[in-house]
Design a protein around this ligand. Sequence first.
Ligand code: MGP
Ligand code: SAH
Length: 286
Amino acid sequence: MPKRRQRQSLDAEDAETLAKRTRHNTPIKTTTATSAGRKNSNAKYFTTTQGQKLPIELKKYWNNRYSFFNRFDEGIQIDEEGWYSVTPEVIAEDTAQRISQLFNRNTEFKTKKGEELYGRFCVIDAFCGVGGNAIKFAEWCEHVIAIDIDPVRLAMAQHNAEVYGVSDRIEFILGDFYELAPSLVADVVFMSPPWGGPEYLGSEVYDLKHMPFHSGQEWVDRARMVSSNIAYFMPRNCDPRQLADLFPGVPCDIEMNYTGNFFKAITAYYSDLATFGSCGPRILKM
Ligand code: MGP
Ligand code: SAH
């Protein structure tokens, strides 16, 4: 069973200061939102020890490869967009653990498989990428539906789940979550949509109205067609109040996600996934 981690609330932090806590991280300069360096004819590349040729801007992610998958050397596959989008393993683990514990608190159902306990609920990873979150969900709950619009990344997610020995609990679906949502059935929806590439840090506050493809509101409205239990993995320069307002009338916890001392992202939890039942944004530090 994965180890448990303690969550603490941040008393002194409020919504406005959270939106400004991005200064210690410098955005990388890239020429396109979807593939760092690809459209720059002068782009420099490096070759990984696996023989993968990647734009030099992605080297910092390669250097942190074990923070994304501690079993990286067992054959983990990641493409360019996957490198800058994959959720660090420690954060994916916290999210899966939190959802499992909170959901089971409300349902009290558990099932036993071998020596381990899994929550008897189904979570949708609506944008599974190369599988960073889906793999961790599969370690904590019985059934995961992992969706991605990109066939290459979906195949990588499946391969990576096999490396972790959890692919039997994940149903992989190739498709557009926006189109699929009305026909899906699940208890929880986790969303980590595209933010527009590493340039998401280019403005002081990330505006949910101007996300690529669909606005932050449209994604939440789609997720609500499946379940009100939503977890939304979003840029660290989001305005927590804007995130909370996406789903009026239900509790919302805003969690700051760290790897070590580095503030990486925030996750908004709605409805039953919000622990304390307040309708304003309540900020937690993970
Ligand atoms: P980052 O800011 O690109 O990296 O993304 P980092 O290491 O904080 O760089 P720094 O130089 O600014 O310090 C931080 C984390 O956000 C990544 O590790 C991913 O987990 C996540 N992330 C980044 N992007 C661009 C996306 C995205 O488009 N979609 C999703 N779902 N996650 C992303
Ligand atoms: N959490 C993932 C990273 C997600 S990155 C991980 O840890 O690996 C966002 C992903 O959303 C990308 O892989 C992209 O292909 C996918 N995507 C973009 N639009 C989509 C859509 N409409 N439906 C489903 N997936 C989509």
